[in-house]
Design a protein around this ligand. Structure first.
Ligand SMILES: [Zn+2]
Ligand SMILES: [Zn+2]
Length: 244
């Protein structure tokens, strides 16, 4: 169980980055490393950030690379570095580059929780650079990641499938990761176009319950069906090697 944020009322962390309390809760992991580095290097924030961004990947901790990006504005688009419009080449290159740490560090010097926290934070800071299903899934999971949990890849796929089916409001009611991770698997006919999956937008509690029932029925009905195929939305952000 994780608790609600006293400021925004969402599960703590889910209001990132707009809610200050949620932002502090998540960013404290990064800031702690940054402050250690700053006192070692004896530099001001901006100077240190430029030094870190200009260095080879792996020279400074990944937390410090992320924090340096947060402190700097992109010289091309003016947004926080790495979070500008998708067309911005400098943002794209910087964003791409930082993940090389995860490729080489995981699972030796970076654990699964750290990797997921990193990907989730990046998604929350630049949601327009990712698919909304990906962003919503990380938003759902953020409170549990902050609490130190790791989500298994097959659970992540399953949660994302429910989000894709319009289940976010119902899923956001879960205060327990085991409950989220224990969702029934959704099955669709192979070849169903994506557009048929996204039509459901529950907007009331009754509809949310109906949605859960619908998911359950769909899962039951399709589970035994030959040729049925689990939704695979594997993209980008779940394991090193597919993090962009
Ligand atoms: Zn909050
Ligand atoms: Zn930019």
């Amino acid at each position: 169980m994780v608790s609600a944020c006293p400021s925004c009322g969402e599960l703590a962390g889910r209001g990132y980055p707009e809610c200050r309390y949620c932002a502090e809760l998540l960013d404290q992991f990064w800031l702690a490393d940054w402050e250690v580095l700053r006192s070692m290097e004896q530099l001001a924030d901006r100077e240190l950030a430029e030094l870190v961004i200009g260095a080879d990947v792996g020279k400074y901790p990944w937390t410090c690379v992320d924090w340096a990006m947060t402190l700097l504005a992109c010289s091309r688009c003016g947004a926080e570095l790495g979070t500008g419009p998708v067309e911005c080449v400098r943002c794209a290159v910087t964003e791409e580059r930082r993940w090389s740490w995860d490729h080489s560090a995981h699972p030796y010097t970076m654990n699964g929780n750290e990797h997921m926290l990193r990907v989730a934070r990046a998604a929350m800071r630049a949601p327009h650079r990712r698919r909304s299903t990906v962003v919503q899934t990380w938003r759902l999971l953020l409170p549990f990641l902050v609490a130190g949990h790791v989500v298994e890849p097959h659970h992540l796929d399953r949660i994302r499938a429910h989000v894709l089916a319009g289940g976010y409001p119902a899923l956001a009611e879960c205060h327990d990761l085991a409950e989220l991770a224990g969702l029934p698997e959704l099955f669709w006919r192979r070849g169903d176009p994506i557009s048929t999956r996204v039509e459901y937008q529950p907007d009331s509690e009754r509809q949310q319950h109906a949605a859960r029932d619908l998911f359950q029925r769909k899962a039951d009905a399709r589970a035994a069906e030959p040729g049925a195929d689990a939704v695979q939305n594997a993209d980008d952000d779940q394991v090193p090697g597919r993090v962009h």
